[in-house]
Design a protein around this ligand. Structure first.
Ligand SMILES: N=C(N)NCCCC[C@H](N)C(=O)O
Ligand SMILES: O=C(O)CCC(=O)C(=O)O
Ligand SMILES: [Fe+2]
Length: 367
């Protein structure tokens, strides 16, 4: 159950990533610490930041200009170590987080006619560009434009269940390298999410692989490249008109990774008393949150917390949200161990992820 949290915790998941391929990771003390923090954050807020790599903000021995050989060697070794970690592809370098947002911004700067070349329709499997106000949340048009992308579904792959989502992603030709960068980004986010889910599985008291195999071994994913216009002063008035960029909603799957612009606070998360708590940008991190499927698996121990986006800055805001889901056709129901940890009774009925997604998409867009 969400609590009256006032801020969102920051978790350094380095120790988890370092051991994530070790079946005995649960016994490692560094992993155990991360798992404890994940458990607390998921229970209290359903939201947390993950730091991918500790950056050297200030190297203490260099502060006054003096530096010993010993300290310098240690410093170098740590840098080499960070490099090796990157090479393994565990962490996602901050430069990639930035590139993805930059290319997204460039696309939204194109003339409307250009953007319409990859227009989203029901026939494209809801993939492609949607103009401002096209996405609807609780009956109200959202003040954002976006490109929606989904893991490809081949015709007939999931029978009638998958039919509405069948299609190929539509990538802009301009800027060039768009498709390549985004596909690389999806694969990095997929790997990172799988590893965070190992930590969350441990936090629930399960095997680290609880969300693999039948459940999410062939995880479906969604990516939304989103642009929120800044506020403009209404004609003749000094009062800026503030619109809802994205109305209050929960996410649909297991875990969301939000890569948001560094200089605008716009994402807000609702706590138990109904206050909206800001999730300000923390450069180099992802904001992570729990989706509806994980709420069901955990029997409500972890909640998919309501959140919304209001860009009250004059600047255009870009955000790239990646959603890690179960397999498309997985039927999700509360895990026994989670029922035991809650009231003993099952609080949620089983739901098929693909059905949940299709229902959402068909109400988000009315064609
Ligand atoms: N795939 C995800 N989570 N997309 C989030 C969009 C949230 C707004 C949508 N109109 C809604 O009401 O759900
Ligand atoms: O723009 C953001 O910060 C979050 C977007 C979001 O919540 C979503 O697309 O589901
Ligand atoms: Fe969301």
């Amino acid at each position: 159950m969400a609590t009256d949290f006032k801020s969102i915790p920051i978790i350094d998941i380095g120790p988890l990533l370092a051991k994530c391929d070790d079946p005995k990771m649960g016994q490692d003390s560094g992993v155990a610490q991360v798992v404890k923090q994940l458990d607390q954050a998921c229970k209290e807020a359903g939201f947390f930041y993950v730091v991918l790599r500790i950056l050297f903000i200030q190297f203490e021995p260099m502060k006054d200009g003096k530096i010993s050989i010993f300290c310098f060697i240690i410093f170098l070794s740590v840098m080499v170590w960070c490099f090796v970690i990157d090479q393994k592809g565990h962490g996602i370098p901050e430069t990639i987080l930035k590139q993805v947002k930059n290319l997204t911004r460039k696309f939204f700067e194109l003339p409307y006619e250009e953007k319409l070349k990859i227009k989203m329709t029901a026939d494209s499997g809801y993939r492609g560009y949607q103009r401002i106000g096209e996405n609807i949340t609780k009956g109200v048009p959202d003040m954002h434009e976006a490109i929606d992308c989904y893991k490809e579904l081949k015709p007939g792959m999931y029978g009638d269940l998958g039919k509405p989502m069948e299609g190929c992603n539509q990538w802009p030709i301009q800027p060039t390298n768009f498709k390549m960068l985004m596909e690389e980004y999806v694969s990095l986010c997929t790997e990172l999410s799988r590893n965070i889910m190992r930590g969350i599985a441990l936090a629930l008291g399960c095997s680290p692989y609880e969300f693999e195999g039948e459940r999410a071994g062939n995880a479906f994913w969604v990516m939304r490249l989103i642009g929120y216009p800044g506020v403009h002063s209404a004609n003749g008035s000094d009062i800026p008109k503030e619109d809802i960029g994205c109305g209050a909603h929960t996410d649909y799957g297991l875990l969301t990774l939000v890569n948001q612009d560094d200089d605008i606070t716009a994402l807000q998360v609702r706590n138990r008393s109904g206050e909206w708590i800001s999730a300000p940008p923390v450069p180099g991190t992802f904001v992570c949150n729990i989706g509806d499927m994980l709420k069901i698996y955990s029997n409500g121990l972890y909640e998919s917390t309501l959140h919304q986006v209001i860009n009250s800055s004059p600047k255009y805001r870009v955000c790239v949200a990646y959603f890690y889901e179960t397999n498309f056709d997985t039927a999700v129901e509360p895990l026994d161990i989670c029922k035991e940890r809650t009231t003993g009774a099952k609080k949620f009925e089983r739901a098929v992820y693909g059905e949940h997604l299709v229902k959402k998409v068909q109400t988000n867009f009315v064609y």
